[in-house]
Structures are given as C-alpha cells and as structure tokens.
Write a protein that binds this ligand. Structure first.
Ligand SMILES: Nc1ncnc2c1ncn2[C@@H]1O[C@H](COP(=O)(O)OP(=O)(O)O)[C@@H](O)[C@H]1O
Length: 177
C-alpha cells in the first residue's frame, strides 16, 4: 500500500536507547490522538524475545513483530507511532515519516547510568550513538526525504520536536487529503 492511501500518516521514531523515543512518542500520541506502539514493550508482552544475550537483552523475533503489527500499521487508517531502537526490519511502506532522535554523549551517558546499565552495555550504547548507527540504518532503509534527525538533549528540544512533528503531520494531511 502506498502512503497516499492512508488517511493519517504513520510515524517511526528510532534512535539509540535513552535518546527519548518513549518520552516523545507518548506525548505526541496523546496530542495527536495517534496510537503508540513501543516495540520493546510489545516484544516483552508477547514473548518475542528469544535467547538471552550476555548483556541481558533478548534477540527480537522481527518476523513475529511485523506479522503482529501488519494489521494495525499496514492498514489504511494510519495514525500510528511506532518506536524502536532498530528500523531496518519494518516494511518500508509502513511509514510516512522516520524520526531519528540524537542525543549528546554526556546526556546519553547520564540517562543510561540512571537506568542502571552495566558499564559494557552503557559503553556499547554510547558508541552506537557516536557512530550514528541508527541514523545510518534509517538511511539504508528509507527514502531520504522522509527521514528527519532531531536533537533530544533538553526539555526545550522535546518541546520543539513536538511542535515540529505536529506541523509535519498537519502538512502531510493537507498534501494527502
Ligand atoms: N529531550 C529530553 N530532554 C531531557 N530528558 C529527556 C529528553 N527525552 C527523554 N529524556 C529523559 O531521558 C530518559 C530516557 O528517555 P526514554 O524516552 O525512555 O528513551 P528511549 O525510549 O529512547 O529509551 C528518561 O529519563 C527521560 O525522561
């Protein structure tokens, strides 16, 4: 299905753990009255995580996630916000906007320390942000004109990002009505 058949846009929010995906997705979904899907939470609930890796994270059964979400995210209704720290396994046709959240090393370090991440996991995630792993993955998986990198260090950034996204949704609706 092409995006112009949807009545509302679907938004993917991706980024390194701790960059603020859930914080942004929760507020945005409330303000826009969109459905919010946190893939990590879904995977835990539905038991889509197999084999525990050394860092305590399971390996996601990506096919099961896609099958589970196809009815909702692939429907003609749209208006879904999906968030996950990965983006290359979702069908490209699902999304009209792909948001990559970026956070400074210092902020990310503090946030992940506050989460109690062990030193190695913390370092791996900070490296993931420094090397722009998710931004690169997004560029390899989606068209450049739907990808938007947004800085997410401060509460002011959060406010600005909400404003930016709401105006992007407004524009999309005008262009696709
Ligand atoms: N723009 C921001 N400014 C300041 N703190 C933020 C911002 N976004 C998120 N946070 C804080 O950072 C932590 C991680 O945010 P969270 O939304 O859980 O990240 P993610 O979903 O990407 O793992 C939380 O404590 C949250 O309150």
């Amino acid at each position: 299905m092409s995006s112009d058949k949807r009545t509302l846009p679907n938004i993917l929010i991706t980024g390194t753990p701790g960059t603020g995906k859930s914080t942004l997705a929760e507020k945005l979904s409330k303000q826009l009255k969109f459905k919010w899907i946190n893939v990590s939470e879904l995977a835990k609930e539905k038991n889509y995580l197999s084999e525990i890796e050394n860092d305590g994270c399971g390996i996601l059964d990506e096919d099961k996630v896609v099958d589970e979400l196809e009815e909702t995210v692939g429907s003609t209704v749209g208006g879904v916000i999906v968030e996950y720290h990965g983006c290359d396994f979702f069908p490209e046709r699902w999304f009209d906007m792909v948001i990559v959240l970026r956070t400074s090393t210092e902020q990310l370090y503090d946030r992940l320390s506050a989460r109690g991440y062990a030193e190695k996991k913390l370092r791996d995630n900070v490296d993931c942000e420094i090397f722009q792993v998710l931004a690169e993955e997004a560029r390899e998986s989606y068209k450049a004109d739907i990808i938007h990198e947004l800085q997410s260090d401060t509460k002011i950034h959060l406010k600005d990002n909400l404003k930016t996204l709401k105006s992007m949704v407004k524009k999309w609706k005008e262009e696709n009505s």
